[in-house]
Write a protein that binds this ligand. Structure first.
Ligand code: NAD
Length: 268
């Protein structure tokens, strides 16, 4: 039996790709699609958004129908909207895959509390490549230790509303954990003016927003006389969408808890 999947935020850049990625798989079926009230796509067949074959699924302007018909809701929208999706799904046996980034600490706490009652997949980046990169970053940080300065540089398109990217923050967390540091106290976001010399215990973040860049991340480990740069470049949003749909099929068979792509790939 295929897993029944719904997409909230279906008209968005990622939403459209998710519809296409679901259509590619034999073990998944689109059973719901929704977006914000007032969007031009409300009431049309979801295939209008994906450019694929007719789905028989109409884009709704609320969650109630899609929650009823689906095993998993995939949501790439905004933090407040994602929390509303969790609230709509928590008592209905519906799991949720969240791709949204930019949650503040209080919102993250709320998200984690839902995970006690329902299966939630939460990853700032659903590409397989970034998931493997996180493993490489951890290994490099452990081997290099405190003698190497760590800087994280990320670039995204001009429409992105949060910075640094969720992926850059996740990379920082992985490196900080491996070095026995707390990212909340060692992160430095951008530099300007008379900054003084670099504190060796910090992890620096630099953000670029320009054009249509899909997503690029470089983690730089710089020592004396050498440096290592580990870079991931996404060139197609489908890479995130395919990962998220694979994660949704996996999540449909899991008990309550919070998971990320490393669980899906069997890395943890
Ligand atoms: P977007 O602005 O193109 O799409 C967001 C969609 O959400 C829009 O269609 C909008 O109408 C819809 N929306 C807003 N309010 C809503 C509501 N109340 N109910 C239903 N739908 C609502 O944005 P995007 O580029 O698709 O990115 C969305 C999110 O996904 C961002 O946080 C981005 O950082 C994140 N993202 C994550 C990954 C990943 O792999 N985890 C990859 C790319 C983007």
């Amino acid at each position: 039996m295929p897993t029944n999947l719904a997409v909230n935020g279906a008209a968005g850049r990622m939403g459209r790709q998710l519809l296409g990625a679901i259509a590619e798989r034999d073990d998944a079926m689109l059973t719901g699609a929704s977006d914000a009230p007032g969007q031009a796509s409300i009431g049309v067949d979801a295939s209008v958004l994906s450019g694929g074959a007719s789905t028989g699924v109409t884009v709704e302007d609320n969650l109630s129908t899609i929650v009823k018909t689906s095993d998993v809701v995939i949501d790439f929208t905004a933090p407040k909207v994602s929390l509303a999706v969790l609230e709509a799904c928590v008592d209905t046996d519906t799991a949720v895959v969240i791709g949204t980034t930019g949650f503040d600490p209080e919102q993250l706490e709320q998200l984690n509390s839902y995970a006690k009652r329902m299966p939630i997949m939460f990853a700032p980046n659903y590409s397989i490549g970034v998931t493997v990169t996180l493993d490489l970053l951890e290994k490099a940080a452990r081997a290099l230790g405190d003698d190497y300065d760590v800087e994280i540089i990320e670039a995204h398109h001009r429409h992105k509303v949060d910075a640094p990217s969720g992926t850059a923050i996740k990379m920082g967390e992985v490196v900080a954990d491996a070095l026995g540091r707390d990212l909340a106290t060692c992160a430095v976001y951008g530099r300007q003016g008379i900054t003084g010399e670099r504190d060796t215990q910090t992890i620096g973040f630099e953000t670029i927003r320009a054009g249509d860049i899909i997503g690029e991340h470089t983690v730089l480990y710089a020592g004396n006389g050498e440096r290592i740069e580990i870079t991931h470049r996404a060139t197609d949003r489908m890479t995130f969408a395919r990962g998220a749909v694979r994660a949704a099929v996996w999540l449909s068979k899991q008990p309550a808890g919070i998971y990320d792509m490393r669980n899906v790939l069997g890395l943890v």
